[in-house]
Design a protein around this ligand. Structure first.
Ligand SMILES: NC(=O)c1ccc[n+]([C@@H]2O[C@H](COP(=O)([O-])OP(=O)(O)OC[C@H]3O[C@@H](n4cnc5c(N)ncnc54)[C@H](OP(=O)(O)O)[C@@H]3O)[C@@H](O)[C@H]2O)c1
Length: 247
């Protein structure tokens, strides 16, 4: 199988890459800074190809995908993403623009590059790493929540539209995973899991062609309730001390 993973140089993307590499699949990864790849990985894995590409640069990204796939791509995982960093009561608009560019337009560019190679073959599987943060508007993380909500809905629509073309769609919504992205967080992270454990769970969901995979179950339960509360009740709940942050 040929698998391309954006943001495959670190974190969840890299752990997923190793899942497929260890099973003998051919994996392409991309990121803006290839020096972030674990040292020795390119020598260790002969079936690994790395591309320097920014997901917000449509031409650069699609050219990397084309080079890797040569017209045949089985699975595309859009994992590249960023968070806003510290929670703030007033939005940082520059950071917010970057979050939307990478997390939303980056996924669109990724899927465009994937479908260019999948639609002619009427076969393939596209997936994106959204977040449980997209299920509600989280305080202090407006652009991140908005970006992940967009990815959740994009995938939901694609799963309907692409069914007739034999293209599977999976949206992954993790809770907290221990990666460089979350290591900067200055707030509590309940049910934090390692990226290796997360990758194993995601791989299983991808193998089963699940349309939506929300995990871990504890976070899924909490988010399921928060998503369905009357909004006045949700807003009241989010005023409680546990949701407070200083900035
Ligand atoms: N960790 C969590 O708790 C968690 C929870 C829910 C969802 N997620 C989502 O999971 C995905 C992966 O996050 P992670 O935790 O694995 O973070 P990470 O370790 O920081 O990895 C992010 C990856 O994305 C790449 N990237 C960022 N901006 C890019 C751009 N413009 N173009 C190309 N590549 C770019 C990074 O490489 P370069 O910087 O070198 O480009 C890196 O490879 C993200 O979409 C994130 O929102 C994470």
């Amino acid at each position: 199988m040929k698998v391309f993973i954006t943001g495959g140089t670190t974190g969840i993307g890299w752990s997923l890459a190793q899942e497929y590499l260890n099973d003998g699949h051919t994996v392409g990864i991309c990121g803006r800074d290839l020096s972030r790849i674990e040292s020795g990985a390119l020598e260790k894995y002969k079936n690994l190809q790395a591309f320097r590409a920014d997901v917000t640069n449509r031409e650069e990204l699609i050219s990397a995908i084309d080079k890797f796939s040569g017209g045949c791509l089985d699975l595309m995982i859009a994992s590249a993403g960023r968070s806003v960093g510290s929670k703030t009561k007033t939005p940082d608009f520059n950071a917010s623009r970057d979050v939307i560019n990478i997390n939303v337009l980056g996924v669109l560019n990724t899927f465009e590059g994937a479908l260019k190679n999948m639609l002619p073959n009427k076969a393939g599987h596209i997936a994106a790493v959204a977040s449980v943060a997209g299920m509600v508007g989280l305080p202090g993380a407006s652009s991140y929540s908005a970006s992940k909500a967009a990815v959740l809905k994009l995938c939901e629509s694609y799963s309907l539209d692409l069914k007739g073309f034999n293209i599977d769609v999976t949206c992954i919504a993790p809770g907290f995973v221990d990666t460089p992205l979350t290591q900067k967080n200055d707030h509590g992270m309940p049910w934090l899991m390692s990226s290796e454990v997360a990758a194993k769970k995601i791989r299983k969901a991808l193998d089963r062609k699940k349309v939506l995979f929300v995990f871990p179950w504890q976070m899924k339960t909490v988010m399921f309730i928060l998503e369905r509360l009357p909004r006045w009740m949700y807003r009241g709940f989010m005023q409680l001390p546990f949701a407070n942050y200083s900035k």
